[in-house]
Design a protein around this ligand. Structure first.
Ligand code: HEC
Length: 115
């Protein structure tokens, strides 16, 4: 029985792209307390954020800092943003940093899957 269950788990994890899966776990523990499926006063929803104009998710009042920074979210600027939001857009309302490059990579892969 235990063997069968383990085989099922392994099959499941093989089916999903590994990096995005790690990203989902990191997102759930470090981002989801603020970023929910719908924008709230805490934070914007992040569906469709990859490839979108910065500060353009509906239903959230962004800081002037992020609005003025502008740009379209891609791998490079998301990496810089997650490493140090305050350095990327001084005055932003997001203060959480992700210092580990491999975690940022996994998170960015996960953000791409949020539609
Ligand atoms: C404590 C709350 C909080 C946490 C935790 C948090 N964020 Fe944020 N995030 C914000 C806020 C607030 C903004 C809007 C910033 C602004 O307007 O300056 C934001 C903005 C963003 C944006 C830009 C959105 C856009 O529309 O341009 C991205 C991408 C993002 N966060 C990703 C993440 C990721 C990934 C994590 C997990 C590592 C995370 N955030 C954790 C509060 C949070």
């Amino acid at each position: 029985m235990a063997r069968l269950a383990l085989a099922a788990v392994l099959a499941l994890s093989a089916a999903a792209p590994a990096v995005a899966q790690d990203g989902a776990q990191i997102f759930n523990s470090q981002c989801k307390m603020c970023h929910q499926a719908k924008s709230s006063p805490m934070a914007p929803a992040l569906a469709g954020v990859y490839g979108a104009k910065a500060a353009s998710r509906p239903g959230y009042k962004y800081s002037d800092a992020l609005q003025k920074k502008g740009g379209v979210w891609n791998d490079a600027n998301l990496d810089a943003w997650l490493a140090n939001p305050q350095g990327y857009a001084p005055g932003t309302k997001m203060l959480v940093r992700v210092p580990q490059p491999e975690r940022r990579k996994a998170l960015i892969a996960y953000l791409k899957t949020l539609k």
